[in-house]
Design a protein around this ligand. Sequence first.
Ligand code: SF4
Length: 214
Amino acid sequence: MKKATKKDIEFIKEKFIEHYSDAVTELNYSNEFELLIAIILSAQCTDKRVNIITPELFLTYPTPKDLANAKLEDIKTLLKSCSFFNNKSKNIINMAKLVEDEFNGVIPKNSKDLMKLPGVGNKTANVFLIELQGANLMAVDTHVFRVSHRLGLSDGKNVKETEEQLVKKLKDDLHIFHQAMVLFGRYICKAVKPECEKCFLTSVCKTKKTFKAN
Ligand code: SF4
């Protein structure tokens, strides 16, 4: 597949900033503890589903201390409609315990410490810092992976390679481009039937002909 030229990249950046510069996550939260839980739950699960689950969870366990003392079975019951709820239930309780024991009940704000927490890998840590601080980081989920390949911004074979290529090509304002590609992929450049007729990037797309032929 063709790669995006420097001119293409500038055009894509300009259009993403025009359309998505104020975009934020669609996960509902009111503090950093709730944000981190919502992001952990959103792995392999839709934001819509997470937003159905979290109000009762946050109401019953409003602080890391409350969640650290929760019974596993009670958390599993609350999370049962979420994918991988067994592991996620264990992870969020253990995450809360570690936050209590090692970080005085405060969620850490740097990648190194965040990744010490159960259920928090590189992507979760980056998404958390992007949302909370507008950090200049990239996080590659299924939407970012697909969109960046269709636009010729990456030919990375996996998430790590794709993240590295996007950081190198886009450089600044990565928090905007992350949110942009998530929302653009979710609502326009969809996996199965992308809405190319609504798209504002057709002139630089490297794959639209494939979809037109179908
Ligand atoms: S033209 Fe279609 S395939 Fe290309 S970026 Fe736009 S929505 Fe995606």
